[in-house]
Design a protein around this ligand. Structure first.
Ligand code: FAD
Length: 409
């Protein structure tokens, strides 16, 4: 399937057989799978002209990859034959089977795939929205700030560096701590680490959900002398005075710490218009879309499927999870379109490439039951490896652009 640009001015009128909301990792992967299966009537709703490969943003912030390699024109990743409507979805009415679009139009559909990703709630922590991008505050979670993380790391020779992780569900649960390890390893190599106090703030009772990897990460944090604050969360930032407030939920205390570098990861939720829609799962405090955890079909609206960061699934939100979800959604949607029950089942597979040094990585892969599901079963997944770091830096991007987004892998 050649990646020739699709027209971005496709007509909105008429009834669209399949509408896909969001042309990120999930929307493009599933559209490509459906095209390969011979489906002809697919409409993509995506406002952005840029497609991002976000997993490399950690290495952008760590000074190990240029931002430009993480971006491609959206038109170049849209599968041939998919209509592109370059507008933002503003609301969905699954009873009427319509999506309200920016610019005032309404699109009518038969089947809907929800893949608009996650929302970064910069206003969720007082002071954060004002401070990020200034005041020595950065974040790998947005492309406009990730290169700045590296600038701050490079400049730092002494002082206090704070790395935070929100208490909400987030995309790539490992990313908030990976950048702490990349920074600490850089400072160690520069022989300044003993002059820098590194604080890692984690809301959970352990560094990682799966005990085997958590134990390895404890040793990694120890190796760099990182002060780990578990069951804790950033609750305020004062950019002017360069102070961050950390609340310890275990004992209910608050501490205000002066910082010289703050890597902040904002709280995250479903996009506001999704939260307000009938598709939101009442069980999700962040308004993520309800989906059966195996079939990925909406429990109340059988013509709707959800995948990627927007879906309320009890697994970590990653691109690797999307890679396993896309074929399940494509196959199950085809089943439903043909009057059958969904036949494919997603097991919760997700993967977190835990970069632990500037040349080493742990590949944590697991399912809904937190059982390790290694892609390389002959080697221990609990050992930091150089080959894994090289795989993330040089192997996975082509797998993404040429395999996953084209529906081949
Ligand atoms: P996205 O890829 O974010 O795409 C959402 C799309 O929806 C976007 O194109 C957006 O423009 C569009 N959209 C938004 N609003 C609307 C609207 N109203 N209407 C229409 N379209 C809309 N994953 C890994 O597997 N490994 C990693 O190492 C890894 N590291 C990461 C590091 C960082 C710093 C970050 C930020 C993420 C990382 N991830 C990693 C996570 C991974 O990038 C996401 O899980 C993945 O991109 C989810 O795909 P998605 O399609 O659901 O969302």
């Amino acid at each position: 399937m050649a990646a020739t640009p699709s027209p971005s001015d496709a007509p909105i009128s008429g009834r669209h057989r399949i509408a896909v909301v969001g042309g990120g990792s999930a929307g493009i992967s599933v559209a490509a799978r459906l095209r390969r299966a011979g489906v002809t009537d697919i409409t993509l709703i995506e406002p952005s002209d840029t497609h991002w490969y976000q997993p490399l943003w950690t290495l952008v912030g760590g000074g190990q990859a240029p931002l430009g390699t993480t971006r491609r024109p959206e038109a170049s990743v849209i599968p041939d034959g998919v209509r592109w409507i370059r507008r933002r979805a503003l609301a969905v009415d699954p009873e009427a089977r319509t999506v309200a679009l920016s610019g005032g139009a309404e699109l009518s559909y038969e089947y809907l795939i929800m893949a608009p990703g996650i929302q970064l709630d910069w206003n969720g922590v007082p002071g954060l929205a004002e401070a990020v991008g200034h005041d020595r505050v950065s974040s790998n979670y947005a492309p406009e700030y990730a290169p700045r993380t590296w600038e701050l790391i490079k400049q730092m020779r002494s002082g206090t560096a704070v790395f935070t992780h929100p208490a909400s569900p987030l995309k790539c649960g490992g990313a908030p701590q990976k950048i702490a390890y990349l920074a600490a390893d850089y400072w160690r190599k520069q022989k300044v680490l003993d002059r820098i106090r590194v604080i890692l703030v984690i809301p959970d009772p352990a560094l990682f959900k799966v005990p085997g990897w958590s134990q390895v990460l404890e040793k990694v944090a120890d190796r760099y002398g990182i002060e780990v604050r578990l069951r804790s969360e950033m609750t305020a930032v004062d950019g002017d005075s360069r102070e961050v407030t950390i609340t310890d939920h275990a004992n209910g205390t608050k501490e205000t710490i002066g910082y010289d570098l703050l890597h902040a990861v904002p709280p995250q939720s479903a996009p506001d218009w999704v939260k307000a829609s009938p598709l939101a799962d009442p069980a999700s405090a962040q308004g993520f879309v309800a989906a059966d955890k195996h079939t990925l079909r909406h429990p109340s609206y059988g013509h709707v499927f959800a995948l990627g960061d927007v879906a309320n699934l009890p697994t970590s939100k990653t691109g690797a999870a999307v890679r396993k979800q896309a074929p399940v959604v494509a196959a199950n949607l085809l089943d439903v379109m043909n009057g059958r029950s969904p036949s494919r089942s997603y097991d919760g597979y997700t993967s977190c490439p835990l970069v632990t040094a500037r040349d080493r990585m742990l590949l944590a892969e697991f399912d809904y039951d937190l059982n390790p599901t290694p892609s390389f079963p002959l080697i221990s997944p609990f050992k930091e490896r150089r080959a894994m770091w090289a795989f993330k830096r040089y192997g996975l991007p082509p797998v993404y652009w040429h395999g996953m987004l084209t529906g081949r892998l």
